[in-house]
Design a protein around this ligand. Sequence first.
Ligand code: GLN
Length: 192
Amino acid sequence: MKIGVLAVQGAFAEHIAALRQLGAAAVPVRLPGDLTGLDGLVIPGGESTSISRLMATYNLARPVKDLAGNGFPVFGTCAGMILLAKKSSDSDVTPLGVMDIAVRRNAFGRQKDSFETELTIPVLGEKPFPAVFIRAPVIGQVYNGVEVLARLDDGTSVAVRQGRLLASAFHPELTADLRFHKYFLDLVAESR
Ligand code: GLN
């Protein structure tokens, strides 16, 4: 299985390492030609404003949007989730607009802009998942067929799936727990 990790900015190296630990051939994606022959794509966390600008500069926005809109598996984490959304609270970012979610950037404000918590994520099994939030967005609304996979204690949605699109507000690549990446690879395997 060959998985691309968008590598224009942000935490791409950690995703590549996690995917390789699970036996996938993970490769960085910097130019449109790097998308050829992939079975799935990860859009990492980082700064969504920079990633969206760089995707436009390197002509990656259109082909990634087309792939994601046509059933190709894509996993967006944190800034990557913002980029997948149909709506973002903030006009500084131009999201690709492929997932029926509305997100709020930097939703936890300054004092709490980074924290770690254990989340119950039923699709990953009973054991709680260590979720690292770094200046994270939240999912304000979900529409048409979007499944909420995880919520904070106050009910806020922080991980979702729509068909083969997967998104989390937190960073599964920054912990040793590989279950979220494994869940994505299972979606990819189903789609082949
Ligand atoms: N705050 C960043 C943004 O809005 C996201 C942070 C992250 O990806 N860790 O783009």
